[in-house]
Each structure stands twice: as C-alpha cells, then as structure tokens.
Design a binder for this molecule. Structure first.
Ligand SMILES: [Zn+2]
Length: 569
C-alpha cells in the first residue's frame, strides 16, 4: 500500500493508516500482526471500521451501522418527549412532521449500502421497526402495549420496509440524471454507461454465472434502468441559460386560465375563450389547435387534436403511447398538434386550447426536467417559429373537460372513444415508473393492513363521508391524522377507541381477567366499546354516532372526552 502511495508521489502519515479484514466467514480468525521483533508495534485489525460516517463490519452486513443510527434516533425520540405528550405540547400532526423530517433522514442515512435485492436485512429492519414504533407511540400518545400496525397507520407512518422500497426505487431512478462524467457510470451496463469505458468490475465484464450470483445495488440499478426510457439530457443546448425560449420570447407566448376554480370565473373564462376562438377563425393569419390526452386501459395513452382554420377542421390527429402519465399524454397532444400548425404557411397567431395548462407551461419554462425529452422537438420548433417573424404569437387557453365546451368536447369524445390494445411490451417513462412504484407500495400496504391481525384484533374500520372504508395512506398526514390530529388528548382517546387498547371492561377481560369488567352504569356486564358509544348513560346521548362515519365518532369524543381516557373507571 505504501509503495502505491509513494509511486503516486504522495506521503501518508503512519497514524492515518488503518487495517481492516473483510471476510464472509462466520468466525474468521482475527490474529494480530506482531512487529515487535523489528521494533514496530503489535497491529490488530478492528472489528468495526468507521469511515465517512459509515460503520463497516467485517461481513459488510451493516448491522452495527443500523444499530448505531437507530439507537441515536431512539435517544432523540426520548428527548423529544419534552416537546409534547398525550395532553399538551406539540400537536400530533407537528410531531409526525418532526419525525419525518428530522429523525427518518438520520435513521436511513446511507441505507442503500445494505438495502438491496437478496441482502440479509432482517436485523437492520428490526432495529428500524423498533424506532418507528417508538415514534408512533409518541405521536399518538397511547400506551406502549398498543398494537404496532394500528397505531403506525393512525399516525400516518408507512411500514419502514415499504418506505425503504420506495426510497430505493427513487434512488435507482436518480442514476438517469447523474452527469456523464460521474465515476459510477463505468460500473453500469454499457447501455447506461453514458459512453464511459466499463470498469473491470462492471457487471458487463462478469461471466454469466457470476452475474447470476451477484447481489449488489448496482445490479438492481441496471435492472431498473433497463425498464425505463432514456429521458434525461441535462446538457441539451436548448436549456442552456441565455438560449431558452423564456429568455427571448416570453412576451409572445401567453397563458389564459380562470382566476379561480369557481363556476362563475370559469363561465367568464369560457366567454373569453369563445371570443378568442372566433377571432382565430376570422383572421386569415390565425389558426386554433384543440388538443387533449388521456390514459385508457392497459396504460395506453391517447392524444387527439384538431387544427381549426377559417371555421373548419383542416387537420385531425391522433397518436398513442404506452406507459406514460396523464401530464405526458397532455404534452404529447400539444406536441402532436402544435408542430404541424406552426408549419402551415402564412400563420402568425396560434391559439392552443388544452385542459392542462401545466403541461403547456413546461414548453416556455424549458428547464432541465424529467419531461424534457418529450418537449425538446416542440421547443425547437416553437423557437424557430417565433424567431422567423416578429408577428408570430402563441396563446394557450385553458379549457377543462368538465366545461364541455363544444369543440373541446369533440376532441375529448374522440380520446374517450378510442381503443387500442398494446401488442408488444414497452418501456416505461421515468414519471410513470415512479408513479407505478408509489401506487404499488400503497396498494401493498393497504392489502396487507386489511388482512393483518397486528393492527389490533379490535381495530375499528371507519368510513369517510362517502361511505368508503378508510384505508391507510401516507400523503398529507395519512387518513386519520388530518381529521383528528389537532388536539393531543382527543387524538390519544381516538387511537384508544380505534384499537380497543384502553382500560375498559372488554380490554380487562382479555388481558386482566381477575379485574372487574362491568360498566359503572350497571347496565352492562362487560363494558364494551359499543356499549360506551351506543348505550352507556354516563355519556351525552345527543352525540351518539348512528353509523361508522369517522366524523360522527369524532363529534362523540369531542363531547365526551372522558369516554376512552384513563379517567373512565
Ligand atoms: Zn355504561
């Protein structure tokens, strides 16, 4: 090692050298090297090596590493109890935010090192589950024997394994956007290496058998990148500062949408749209483009568009694509129709009518974006069109499908009526791949939650205002937290009631059968949750819920805060 350093004209201090032995053996010999005979020290290899904030063990399973960070988070969580408990302090929704923004990033720092396909991760996950359970107890304010899955769902915390799967997927997709000169490109397969020479340890250099036996995050990245389309070009000249569309032509591209989503504003907007369309049809140098895109069965995207000039349809277009998101379908519709419209002779003004003004704005923004490969041809044509003549202008008008504006409805109906069945599998777009992963993660959680007993044998399934059973989610605070997470004590009582883990007769009958189980009102031998809510005279009868809609239970608890608290004895 010293020779290599000296050959590179470098000098390394002796105190900077560290000795570490990596091995897969279960009980590896770890002998010391005795250099005392030559006047040197006795060198012994370390069991754990700390480097750049990572703890490496000899088997590279990162158990100690996860343990270290999970323990650090547990101590932080213990300290955070000073900030709020089940009766005062930070609100549950704030506690959740604090946990997600402050604790989770510490616990999951560098998790990509140990979380990959076929890696032994049970020990690491167990540490993190413990940490997450402690956080859920703190957020909900319930006592520590409450069922894990139930309280985590009520706190809006997705199971840590699923969360890691989702984060890991995002991590794989991020390899698309790394610069071509990044060293890691040389480890990827040649089609993803961005013209770099493969490293001698790259997966493409391995024999078939070695590739089959390989367990590595890089292998997972290759598999993921094989399933998506190349969609990222950070150094495209169109997006360099100074040559973007917004730099030169921002005054000649305009966007028109209603000032608010109210029906009155929409009506006024449609009146203006009528005038704008009429004007585009009577002027000789104007044309109107009406475009719409949508997603159909089998993830088939359909984009349809009509080009109008002189009060008649001069061109009708329809294209299909596979495995893209709805915004990409809208963008595809605009691209498909606007490019031919700009190529018509003597056209100076183009009115584009679309139901996605967000997609239209992407063209003007021309920034490095995941959608950029979709709008590069369009942005180039727009630039040529606008620089050709100073009179050339493009106006984008918003027209939602629900407004049923007659000419837009024609296009909308065409999109809805089209049917196309994919005959070949197709790669996915970056956005679609990300969305699919999120949907699958959520679906897996909801299915598992519905069938799991670990959420609590007595877990109460509520319905929302539409009568649909509430399923766990993680976006915007989850399914339960936004409804009731604004008072600490109420939220704790609600969680007690939902999980059935509260010192009432029914709970004592299960866990402490020697204790009395009857209700103090004398009407029930076993004080069940149903009795407290529906029958018990000790609580205000006016607010008794008559269905399983969550809000009626929230009203009951607000009026009877002692019903499921520890005071109810
Ligand atoms: Zn009673």
């Amino acid at each position: 090692m010293s020779k290599i350093i000296i050959d590179a004209s470098l000098i390394m201090e002796h105190s900077k050298t560290e000795l570490f032995h990596f091995t897969r053996a279960r009980h590896p010999p770890n002998p010391s090297i005795d250099l005392s005979s030559v006047g040197g020290p006795v060198i012994s290899s370390k069991p754990i090596w700390w480097y750049l904030g990572f703890y490496f063990d000899y088997k590279l399973n990162f158990n100690y590493y996860t343990h270290f960070y999970a323990t650090k988070c547990l101590s932080t969580l213990s300290a955070m109890k000073m900030l709020g408990n089940s009766s005062r302090g930070l609100l549950p929704i704030q506690k959740r935010l604090l946990y997600r923004t402050y604790i989770l990033p510490i616990a999951l720092y560098g998790f990509q090192l140990w979380f990959f396909k076929s890696a032994p991760i049970i020990k690491n996950i167990t540490e993190l589950k413990k940490m997450q359970r402690r956080a859920a107890l703190w957020i909900t304010g319930v006592f520590r024997t409450s069922p894990s899955k139930g309280i985590k769902a009520i706190a809006g915390l997705i199971p840590i394994t699923l969360y890691l799967c989702k984060l890991n997927g995002r991590h794989h997709l991020r390899y698309v956007s790394i610069p071509p000169s990044h060293a890691i490109n040389s480890l990827l397969d040649s089609q993803h290496a961005k013209n770099q020479t493969p490293h001698k340890t790259a997966t493409s250099k391995l024999a078939m058998k070695q590739q089959a036996n390989l367990k590595s995050p890089i292998k997972d990245v290759n598999e993921r990148l094989n399933s998506i389309r190349n969609c990222f070009n950070p150094l495209h000249p169109l997006f360099t500062p100074g040559s973007q569309i917004v730099d030169h032509f921002s005054s000649r591209i305009s966007f028109h949408s209603p000032s608010s989503s109210s029906d009155k504003d929409l009506y006024q907007h449609l009146q203006s749209l009528n005038l704008a369309f009429r004007s585009s049809q009577v002027n000789y140098n104007s044309a109107a483009v009406i475009a719409n895109g949508g997603i159909k069965k089998f993830h088939v995207a359909t984009a349809a568009a009509y080009i109008w000039a002189d009060n008649s349809v001069i061109k009708q277009l329809q294209v299909h694509s596979l495995n893209i998101t709805s915004i990409e379908a809208e963008l595809m519709a605009i691209c498909t129709s606007l490019i031919p419209a700009m190529e018509i002779d003597n056209i100076h003004n183009i009115t584009v009518i679309t139901d996605s003004i967000t997609a239209a704005r992407k063209i003007l923004e021309s920034k490095v974006d995941l959608l950029q490969n979709m709008f590069i041809p369009l942005a180039a044509t727009v630039k040529t069109f606008l620089s050709k003549d100073g009179r050339n202008k493009i106006r984008f008008w918003y027209c939602p499908s629900r407004a049923k504006w007659p000419r837009h409805k024609l296009v909308d109906d065409q999109v809805k009526a089209s049917s196309c069945t994919p005959t070949f599998p197709s790669k996915e777009s970056h956005l679609f791949s990300r969305k699919k992963e999120c949907d699958n993660t959520l679906c897996e959680w909801q299915t598992h939650f519905a069938n799991s007993l670990k959420k609590g044998h007595y877990f109460l399934n509520f319905e929302d205002e539409k009568g649909i059973v509430i399923k766990p989610t993680y976006a915007k605070g989850g399914s339960w937290l936004p409804v009731i997470g604004f008072t600490n004590s109420l939220y704790a009582c609600f969680t007690h009631m939902t999980t059935g883990h509260v010192p009432i007769g029914e709970y004592r009958q299960r866990f402490f059968p020697q204790l009395p189980t009857s209700c103090p009102c004398g009407k029930a031998e076993v004080q069940t949750r149903e009795h407290i809510v529906m029958e018990c005279d000790r609580h205000d009868p006016s607010m008794r819920p008559c269905n399983t809609i969550i809000n009626s239970f929230v009203h009951f608890l607000t009026d009877n805060p002692e019903a499921f608290s520890f005071d109810n004895r």
